[in-house]
Design a protein around this ligand. Structure first.
Ligand code: FAD
Ligand code: FES
Length: 257
């Protein structure tokens, strides 16, 4: 983990309320892995005070260039979307634990919803590089919220709440329809809003499939110091920190509410 002040390379609108942020992380000791994240201080003023966490959607070790796909949610991300080229970004990275990669006999099925797209795309690229046979499902409100460009040449099923692109329903509705035909060595990799993760783990539990979830809790410090991102777990250790012990967890470890 290191602190960087690095110029913003580009901040590109992808679709309604979604942007891609590009920057460099030079002299990095341990390059980010899929599932890991960074925090950025968006402004020098007091509002918003806290750093905002975002997952990497790409990291290229040949030139140390990094990307993230983010959605405008509130003040911080709205401000982020207005930053132009060369704006100095105040970044701490890489943070958290990555997704464990599948074994050679396992079949990865990646499920992303809305703001959960970044780490899932990064994982998809890594699986492609390793020659793994993966599939991807992406869920969003409507076709207007679908960043087509990032899905080019990927084996993806689109799920839209209003049916404006491909499957009519949520990513969970889609997962339920294909669940009976999933091979037993399927491994689910999921990132998105809590109800989506909850639904993914329920499908995985019913079919006895391994399932990893990246929990995008609201965070304060982002480095394990405040317990602001506590996640309730099963067993003896009842709370863990999403920022330090996660954000990726085996879904069986979580006490789902
Ligand atoms: C490890 C991690 C990785 C993340 N990766 C990404 C990413 O790749 N792309 C992306 O778009 N977002 C990502 N997020 C979520 C992102 O951090 C929040 O959307 C952002 O901090 C909101 O800031 P804001 O000031 O715009 O909104 P705020 O004004 O703080 O909040 C606006 C609304 O967004 C909700 N919100 C705030 N934080 C979160 C959160 N963490 N999860 C869900 N809802 C939230 C609030 O409850 C509120 O309704 C990630 C979060 C974590 C913890
Ligand atoms: S955000 Fe402070 S411990 Fe995780």
């Amino acid at each position: 983990m290191r602190h960087y002040i690095t110029p913003l390379l580009s901040n590109t609108a992808l679709c309604t309320s979604m942007y891609q942020l590009d920057f460099h992380l030079d002299d990095i000791d341990s390059p980010p892995r899929p599932g890991q994240f960074f925090t950025v201080r968006i402004t020098d003023s007091f509002v918003p005070l806290l750093r905002r966490p975002f997952a990497f959607s790409r990291f290229d070790v040949t030139d140390n260039s990094a990307s993230c796909i983010y959605q405008v949610r509130g003040n911080g991300t709205k401000l982020l979307s207005t930053l132009g080229k060369e704006t100095p970004l105040d970044i701490i990275a890489p943070l958290g634990k990555p997704f464990p990669l599948p074994q050679s006999h396992q079949r990865p099925l990646l499920v992303a919803g809305g703001i959960g797209l970044s780490p899932i795309l990064f994982l998809a690229d890594e699986l492609q590089r390793l020659g793994a046979d993966y599939r991807l499902a992406f869920g969003c409100r409507s076709a207007a919220y679908l960043p087509d460009a990032v899905f080019e040449n990927r084996p993806v099923a689109f799920c839209t709440d209003d049916g404006s692109r491909e499957f009519h329903g949520t990513a969970i509705d889609y997962l339920k329809t294909i669940a009976p035909s999933l091979p037993p060595d399927t491994v689910l990799y999921c990132c998105g809003p809590y109800p989506m993760l909850h639904g993914c783990q329920a499908v995985a539990r019913n079919r006895n499939l391994r399932c990893y979830v990246a929990m995008e809790q609201v965070m304060a410090c982002g480095v394990g110091a405040c317990m602001g991102c506590a996640v309730r777990t099963r067993g003896h250790q009842s709370y863990v920190r999403a920022c330090k012990d996660g954000p990726v967890f085996d879904a069986r470890e979580i006490e789902w509410e």
